[in-house]
Write a protein of this length. Structure first.
Length: 111
C-alpha cells in the first residue's frame, strides 16, 4: 500500500500529497475517551434515573454495576443513547457524540 501511495504522490504531486495528508489525518484522529468527563456528564444527565453508582433508581433501568446493557460495542451504545428508549429521553442534539462516548467509558468502570 505504501509504495503505491508513494507512486501516486510522484505521479500527481498536488493531489497525491493531499490524499496522503488526508489519509494520515484520518488515521491519527482517534482520541481516547475521557472517563472523568464522562463521570461528570453521567452525574448531570444520567444519575437521576440510573443512580449515582450505576445502581438503578427507576424500575426497568439497567444495573450498570452488573454491566446490564453494556455488553455491546461502543457505537451501538452511542446510538441507543442518541435515540433514547421508553422513558429515557433521546440525547441527540443534547450531547455530542464525543461526550456520549465519554459516558460509555465511565459506565464501563462501574462494575
Amino acid at each position: 500500500m505504501i509504495p503505491k501511495l508513494v507512486e501516486s504522490v510522484a505521479a500527481f504531486p498536488r493531489t497525491g500529497m493531499l490524499a496522503a495528508l488526508l489519509l494520515a489525518g484520518l488515521v491519527g484522529t482517534a482520541n481516547a475517551a475521557d472517563i472523568a468527563k464522562g463521570g461528570t456528564l453521567y452525574a448531570t444527565h444520567c444519575a437521576t434515573c440510573h443512580g449515582a453508582n450505576g445502581r438503578p433508581v427507576m424500575p426497568g433501568t439497567p444495573d450498570f454495576r452488573r454491566m446490564q446493557g453494556l455488553m455491546r460495542p461502543d457505537m451501538q451504545l452511542l446510538n441507543s443513547i442518541r435515540a433514547g428508549k421508553g422513558t429515557m429521553p433521546a440525547y441527540f442534539g443534547v450531547l455530542r457524540d464525543r461526550e456520549i462516548l465519554d459516558i460509555v467509558a465511565y459506565l464501563r468502570t462501574l462494575s
